[in-house]
Design a protein around this ligand. Structure first.
Ligand code: AMP
Ligand code: MG
Length: 403
């Protein structure tokens, strides 16, 4: 593939091609408390019913429903049943059992009346119910899920809520994919680490920090490499080392057509390129291929471009490795509140702010839209997904990817 080729491929084609280079991931068992942000390697079924027994949804009294018709009705208080009570309790005729939220329903009772709707007479140990009791305040055994029911499929990304669900299902050890080890390499003579003093012509290196965070967000393991200066030999050494220690390589910078775009150059001469350049703006120059058989995404150096390309090109590849659709990209439908510049034939991803006019979600741009302006994506709320034929006129609707 010559560097002069004008050929840009559509994003979906690029994703398809990248998926031809897939990894076979190993799996491991982790303790439940370490399972957040991991991806299930096999489906999980419940080890118990939830709830495991009929219990009260309210603090109140457990009674027989038929005895509460035509209120008011007076009952003698039989006993107190707290959450965790292990005894067989019985409510006899004209009795009410004081019951706490989560406590097992005593035999004979079929309904609850909340404490706030009762008049308790402590001296005589009686309670008067001024309304009918409520059968629906009993949480029935298995009404949430039943033993052996499969609730979480292979490929499920474990959010905080799903970690709680694993616990409620009774699992203390969770089967997950081993994280993909991802080398993150920035290139450029001008790059300095934050915290260092900038000399003339230098800028802070920001891409590897954001890209590493994106890799972590997907549940995988970023390995940040020291930035590589624009030098073929140094780049070769770093790529060799990364391909030995990591499963996949992500570089930033040096993939355009310039004289000193060494990632493209070395990939052309010594690596293997599956595609170069895709029809998205910003972020059109990425390449994908292999270095020593290790898949490599060569992302553009402009900070917005590297983020955008990760979201639309790399993230689908990572999700596919674990048969996972998550963490999900959330798309919403927005109405443009201003003209947005599109590029015919390309997907246009402008950084937008959203507001609600009471009827629909409107989108505007606030920050300078240059692909070098990391603040535009960091402070933006979504990316437009304007299609190849969209004109981006004020009043048009389009999909937007939430950031
Ligand atoms: P390049 O693709 O190497 O030509 O870089 C394009 C632009 O992105 C240039 O202005 C670079 O200075 C800038 N850039 C490249 N790499 C980084 C990085 N890691 N962090 C911040 N900016 C970068
Ligand atoms: Mg560069």
């Amino acid at each position: 593939m010559g560097s002069g080729t004008p050929y840009f491929i559509p994003l979906n084609e690029a994703i398809e091609i990248s998926l031809n280079r897939s990894l076979t991931l190993k799996t491991e068992i982790v303790p439940l408390e370490k399972s957040y942000n991991r991806i299930l390697s096999s489906s999980l079924s419940a080890l118990t019913n939830d709830p495991p027994f009929d219990n009260s949804a309210m603090d109140g009294f457990a009674v027989k429903y038929n005895e509460t018709l035509n209120p008011p009705n007076k009952f003698s208080i039989s006993n107190i049943i707290a959450a965790g009570n292990k005894f067989d309790n019985i409510v006899k005729n004209r009795e009410a059992a004081r019951i706490m939220t989560g406590a097992p329903i005593p035999n004979g009772a079929d309904s609850i009346i909340p404490i706030e709707d009762c008049e308790v007479d402590n001296e005589n140990n009686t309670v008067t119910l001024n309304q009918e009791s409520k059968p629906h305040f009993i949480r029935k055994k298995g009404e949430n899920f039943t033993e052996n029911q499969i609730l979480l499929e292979e490929g499920t990304y474990l959010t905080p809520e799903k970690v709680s669900l694993c616990a409620a299902m009774g699992h203390d050890k969770i089967p997950v994919f081993k994280p993909i080890k991802v080398a993150i390499i920035s290139t450029g003579d001008e790059l300095r680490l934050p915290g260092e003093k900038l000399e003339r012509g230098e800028i802070y290196e920001s891409n590897t920090f954001g890209l590493s965070s994106l890799v972590s967000w997907l549940g995988h393991e970023p390995i940040r490499f020291p930035s590589v200066v624009d030098n073929l030999q140094k780049l070769r050494e770093t790529l060799d080392s990364a391909s030995k220690s990591c499963d996949v390589i992500i570089t930033s910078g040096g993939v355009s057509m310039g004289e000193r775009d060494f990632v493209r150059k070395i990939m052309e001469e010594e690596g293997n390129i599956d595609f170069w350049r895709i029809k998205v703006r910003p972020g059109s120059p990425p390449l994908f291929g292999t270095w020593n058989k290790t898949p490599i995404f060569g992302l553009p150096g402009n900070p917005v471009s590297s983020h955008v390309v990760f979201r639309v090109l790399c993230a689908p590849w990572f999700r596919a490795q674990t048969k996972s659709s998550q963490p999900q990209e959330t798309k919403i439908r927005v109405k443009l509140d201003q003209d947005i510049k599109t590029v015919t034939g390309f997907i246009t991803l402008r950084r937008i702010h959203l507001f609600n006019d009471g009827e629909q979600i409107l989108a505007t741009t606030k920050h300078h839209q240059g692909s070098g302006n990391i603040a535009s994506i960091a402070l933006g709320e979504a990316l437009t997904l304007l299609g190849p034929n969209d004109s981006g006129k004020k009043g048009d609707f389009c999909d937007a990817l939430l950031l």
